[in-house]
Design a protein around this ligand. Structure first.
Ligand SMILES: N[C@@H](CCC(=O)N[C@@H](CS)C(=O)NCC(=O)O)C(=O)O
Length: 205
């Protein structure tokens, strides 16, 4: 297996932190793709992954799995032992997936919209729109209100231990400074979960 990575990218971080939480040896060869310098858009990389994004996992038969969540789910299903980050029962798994999806779509997703309209690696390709950035900020504020209320007084996003929902939240918020979207102090419950997760050894770069 080969893993195409840019080690500080949030979606790559999600996979790597997950694997460390599972306590397994990294089950692949890692190839760094310098997305800050356009390596994801070269014909060589596009031939490997037409989406031009990391992470991408090449299986031993040569085919690819893209998108961080399916890559994590693949390891969740195939790796032996370790703590499962998506829950033990079908009910738990459904609930953890629900909140993880919400975080990914409404918080990571709106962060992505900001990044695409603010960061030079994207604006050179797609242009920039301050109105769209403001729209994403408003939509994100609504999602943060919901999530802060959902978490209540828990130490982690779901239940009393960390799950994939915490990983997704952590990797998103640690990159928020890139788009001036650092979390406001009023989101005390989200900040508590972020700080709790940030103490784990799995988050080392
Ligand atoms: N939804 C995808 C997002 C993948 C993505 O946007 N990756 C970013 C890095 S976090 C990337 O490769 N950006 C470079 C580009 O789009 O040119 C996932 O969860 O893996």
């Amino acid at each position: 297996m080969k893993f195409f990575s840019f080690k500080s990218a949030p979606n790559v971080r999600k996979v790597m932190i997950y694997l460390r939480e599972r306590g397994v040896e990294t089950p692949f060869e890692t190839i760094e793709v310098d997305i800050m310098n356009g390596e994801q858009n070269t014909p060589e990389f596009r031939a490997i992954n037409p989406l031009g994004k990391v992470p991408a996992l090449q299986l031993d038969d040569g085919t690819f799995v893209t998108e961080s969540l399916p890559i994590v789910e693949y390891f969740e299903e195939t790796l032996p032992g370790g703590r499962l980050m998506l829950g033990d029962t079908p009910e738990e798994r459904a609930k953890i997936r629900s909140i993880e999806r919400y975080i990914e779509m409404e918080i990571t997703g709106t962060m992505g919209i900001m990044a695409h309209n603010m960061m030079p690696i994207y604006t050179v390709r797609f242009g920039e729109s301050p109105e769209v950035v403001e729209y994403a900020r408003r939509r994100q504020a609504m999602a943060l209100d919901f999530l802060d209320n959902f978490i209540g007084d828990r130490s982690f996003v779901y239940g009393d231990g960390p799950t994939l929902a915490d990983i997704s939240l952590f990797v998103t918020l640690e990159s928020a400074f890139l788009v001036n979207a650092e979390i406001e102090p009023k989101y005390e419950n989200i900040i508590r979960c972020y700080e709790n997760f940030s103490k784990r050894s799995s988050v080392a770069l």
